[in-house]
Design a protein around this ligand. Structure first.
Ligand code: GDP
Length: 446
């Protein structure tokens, strides 16, 4: 998916630093040069790259060099923080109007994923207890109204559209009337889908501006296709100047893009990335979290997303205990592992879930070959252990291992393999705690 190449490049750069005892001036320069190239290759806009590298150099040379972290960790930490900043820092929430309805207008080029996004946003807001109304003000593209009606139907959200047979209709008028309709129907949010063109043109921009004036939006979200790379920056500037935007939505993040648009658009527009669209289905949509995206780029896995997804699968008490454990840097036991496995099995195909875990980025090929049955076997093995064995696998001597193998219908080798891999996972959890600056992992600089 998106950012893969950048991830690979960065992890290569960091691994060279791993053997170094301390960072010299020359190391900083060489590393900065390589990261600069990696960003340019990812199609990040030049001004963004320049600003990024300048801050990186300054910070890597500066006084914040810490005793607790080794050079690779120091650089990773700085790059992580700078990536978060480049992606916009804190996630911003939607601004709701004091007097409903809140009006959200969508703008962007044709094909950027606007209409799809309208459906996703409506579904998401409905899930949060809102009563959204979708408005079809894209009367340019023949099928847009119909597409929105289909999406609205799927999301269970009403769609306001011009009566069929009345000719093309006037999108500005439709938009204006939709607000009155929303008031009458007690809808608290109106999502206005507008027309796009394949390229920027004055007429489209004027229409978008007219719709904006007619509906007085609380948010104008600019939808940008992450696959188009740096070109998107020009489009973003045009919309910023022509319509005025308050936020950005990245679409098609599931695609095989280099990520340049995602890393450039905040800097170029000055507006935050608020949502991310990651597929064609209505549920492929989420709030955009700069910190999580940065962690994902650095191959630290997306532990927070994982925890959140797990939340839906975990029972309440389980989930709190697990989150506290992971965040508190406590020892991760086989009991936890079993609980996670079971929760994870409820979350869908294992390969997708694992892809979000730390270090898994480098294992894409192996992930593709994962057989879910294997996990059921692992579950059986852990289930054959006593609670005492699960919390302290060190007591698992040869005869206990034999008993477990027999009990779960596998070979002793399978049991041994699981225990070895579990020990690795435990180590990884500890390191991760260290990387994230959590207690428990900080003592040792590995
Ligand atoms: P619009 O012209 O801006 O309204 O764009 P559409 O919403 O019609 O989307 C254009 C195409 O992109 C459609 O085929 C969508 O199914 C597809 N699409 C939209 N969002 C995503 C996404 O996040 N991921 C992928 N893979 N496809 C998407």
């Amino acid at each position: 998916v998106v950012f893969d190449t950048l991830s690979d490049r960065l992890s290569g750069i960091f691994s060279k630093l791993r053997s170094k005892g301390r960072l010299t001036e020359a190391d900083v320069d060489a590393t900065a040069r390589e990261i600069r190239l990696a960003l340019l290759e990812a199609d990040v806009a030049l001004p963004v790259v320049k600003a990024f590298i300048a801050r990186l150099k300054e910070r890597a040379r500066g006084a914040e060099v810490s005793q607790a972290l080794n050079p690779a960790q120091q650089v990773i930490k700085i790059v992580h923080e700078e990536l978060v900043a480049t992606l916009g820092g804190e996630a911003r929430r939607l601004q709701f109007a004091k007097n409903p309805p809140t009006v959200i207008m969508l703008a962007g080029l044709q094909g950027s994923g606007k209409t799809t996004l309208a459906g996703k946003l409506a579904r998401w807001l409905k899930g949060q207890g809102h009563q959204p109304l979708l408005v079809a003000a894209d009367l340019q593209r023949p099928n847009a109204v119909n597409q929105l009606q289909v999406l609205g139907g799927r999301a269970g959200v009403e769609v306001y559209a011009p009566e069929p047979g009345n000719g093309v209709g006037n999108p500005v008028q439709v938009a204006r009337e939709s607000i009155e309709h929303a008031r009458r129907q007690m809808r608290d949010i109106v999502i206005v889908d507008t027309a796009g063109r394949l390229g920027i043109d004055a007429e489209m921009m004027q229409q978008a501006a007219d719709i904006r004036d007619a509906v007085d939006p609380d948010e104008v979200l600019f939808v940008i296709d992450a696959m188009v790379g740096q070109d998107a920056v020009t489009t973003a500037e045009a919309f910023r100047d022509g319509v005025g935007i308050t936020g950005v939505v990245l679409s098609k993040l599931d695609g095989d893009a280099r990520g340049g648009a995602a890393l450039s658009v905040r800097h170029v527009t000055g507006q935050p990335i608020m949502f991310a669209s990651t597929g064609e289905k209505l549920e492929d949509f989420d709030v955009f979290h700069p910190d999580r995206m940065a962690s994902r780029i650095l191959g630290m896995g997306d532990v927070l997303t994982l925890i959140e997804q797990a939340e839906q699968a975990f029972a309440d008490d389980e989930k709190e205990r697990m989150a506290a454990k992971l965040m508190g840097g406590q020892e991760f036991t086989l009991e936890d592992f079993l609980e996670q496995l079971q929760a994870v099995r409820r979350m869908g195909p294992i390969a997708n879930v694992l892809a979000m875990m730390p270090g898994m980025n480098q294992m894409k090929d192996q992930l593709a070959e994962i057989d879910d049955k294997h996990f059921d076997r692992v579950t059986a093995i852990i289930r054959s252990m006593t609670p005492k064995e699960r919390s302290n696998p060190k007591i698992l001597n040869a005869s206990r291992r034999m008993r477990i193998a027999n009990g779960s219908g596998v070979s002793v080798t399978d049991v041994n393999q699981l225990l070895t891999r579990f020990a690795d996972a435990q180590k990884m959890m500890k390191q991760m705690g260290g990387m994230m600056g959590l207690p428990g992992g900080r003592r040792k600089a590995t």
